[in-house]
Design a protein around this ligand. Structure first.
Ligand code: PLP
Length: 392
């Protein structure tokens, strides 16, 4: 049976991700003002590319695309052809850049659909040229220069033969040249600056004549915040509009706040005795009688797999997670929250009262990064968009 076969819409699952659109718009306008201040200092307008790959880090790519374009972004970036097609099917009208490398079949589709993609070697340039001729359509491409990330792109020392190959192809239009920083959000900017030096070695300090009019871009959020001299023609920001910083040490912009909360409700309450154990592997044993709540959310929803670590918020108070969380459930100790009742709202990530659980707190539980936590939140958790600051 499919969802649409039911007579009424399905009731909302009591476990969901909430995206606060008011805060998002606030974040976007603050970032936009910040960019204008930088532009005024640099005298050159910097374009804004909204990085909305992996469903905008779990926030919903179409909603994020619409909002960021309204706020001044003029380019979108994703990581897969499917992600680009989703935006096009949603009638998002903006150029779409697909990061990474594309297979021959994907390239054909990119040319047909007018997506911008990367050409990073000479043989590939000639192949794209040929495809363009067959399709009678020019391919719009960027070149990635690998200046030290050792991921995608041509090594900076070998970039010009590839650029020359691209220039020799009539059916390719080179729109931009970029690189990607490995460590732009750390205090020590030595390597980021070395990467920038390598990039400039290729493009020429004063930009080679051949690259006149091309969009040169290097910065992710860390670079945008802390390397104003590297902004060049465009910055690619993913995490900042979400109200999350890439690290603890980069520049802060007053007023930015996370837009994502993860919530659930208490599905069962029980009293356990001293000596009782909780959860798989019996990882928690009560030393005294405890009142515990069962929450219908587990690692299958993307909550990190933890054992006796982390907490949630109930009635504005922390309730520690006890035992190991299961795929679909976790147990929390509510002995100190006597007013807690079945179906009371629980904040797993976000704010309740004057307490807040940040994505970085969840990441720290398993020694990972906030990007990982956000992108792992399963599609099983419906995304609910709120346009008011009142609780849903
Ligand atoms: C090539 C590239 N540019 C920009 C970004 C955006 O990074 P951030 O979310 O830190 O702004 C990413 C994301 O990983 C990326 O892969």
């Amino acid at each position: 049976m499919r969802k649409s076969d039911f007579a009424n819409p399905l009731p909302h699952r009591p476990a969901w991700v909430e995206i606060n659109l008011i805060q998002l718009r606030h974040n976007l306008s603050i970032i936009s003002e910040d960019m204008q201040r930088h532009n005024a200092q640099d005298h050159a307008p910097v374009r804004w590319c909204a990085v909305i790959k992996d469903n905008a880090y779990g926030h919903g790519a179409v909603a994020m695309a619409r909002e960021t374009l309204l706020a001044g972004a003029s380019y979108l970036a994703v990581a897969t052809l499917e992600e680009a097609i989703e935006l096009q099917e949603a009638k998002i009208r903006a150029p779409i850049l697909i990061f990474g490398e594309r297979s021959a079949q994907e390239i054909e589709e990119c040319i047909r659909c007018d997506f911008t993609f990367f050409v990073n070697d000479a043989a590939q340039a000639h192949h794209v040229d040929q495809l363009g001729r067959q399709l009678e359509k020019k391919a719009m491409v960027h070149l990635e220069i690998d200046t030290g990330m050792s991921r995608y792109g041509v090594r900076w020392t070998e970039a010009w033969p590839v650029l020359d190959a691209i220039f020799s192809c009539d059916m390719i239009q080179l729109e931009g040249v970029m690189t990607h920083f490995a460590m732009s959000d750390e205090l020590d900017k030595t390597f980021a600056n070395e990467q920038l030096r390598r990039f400039k070695e290729v493009i020429g300090e004063a930009r080679s004549e051949k690259l006149a009019g091309k969009i040169l871009h290097t910065c992710n959020t860390g670079g945008y915040l802390d390397l104003p001299h590297a902004h060049l023609d465009m910055v690619r920001m993913g995490i900042l509009p979400l109200g999350v910083y890439p690290s603890k040490v980069c520049r802060r912009i007053e007023g930015l706040s996370p837009i994502m909360s993860v919530k659930t409700k208490i599905a069962a309450i029980k009293n356990i005795e001293a000596g009782d154990t909780v959860g798989y592997g019996m990882r928690y044993r009560a030393e005294s009688p405890r009142r515990i709540a069962v929450l219908p959310m587990g690692y299958g929803d993307g909550y990190p797999r933890v054992r006796n670590a982390g907490h949630v918020l109930i009635h504005g108070q922390p309730a520690p997670i006890i035992g190991g969380n299961a795929m679909d459930a976790m147990m929390v100790d509510i002995t100190d929250i006597p007013q807690a009742r079945i179906w009371d709202e629980v904040v797993v990530m976000g704010k309740q009262g004057d307490q807040e659980i940040f994505v970085h707190d969840l990441a720290a539980l398993i020694g990972t990064v906030s990007y990982d936590v956000m992108t792992k939140l399963s599609i099983r958790l419906p995304r609910v968009y709120s346009s008011s600051n009142a609780p849903l």
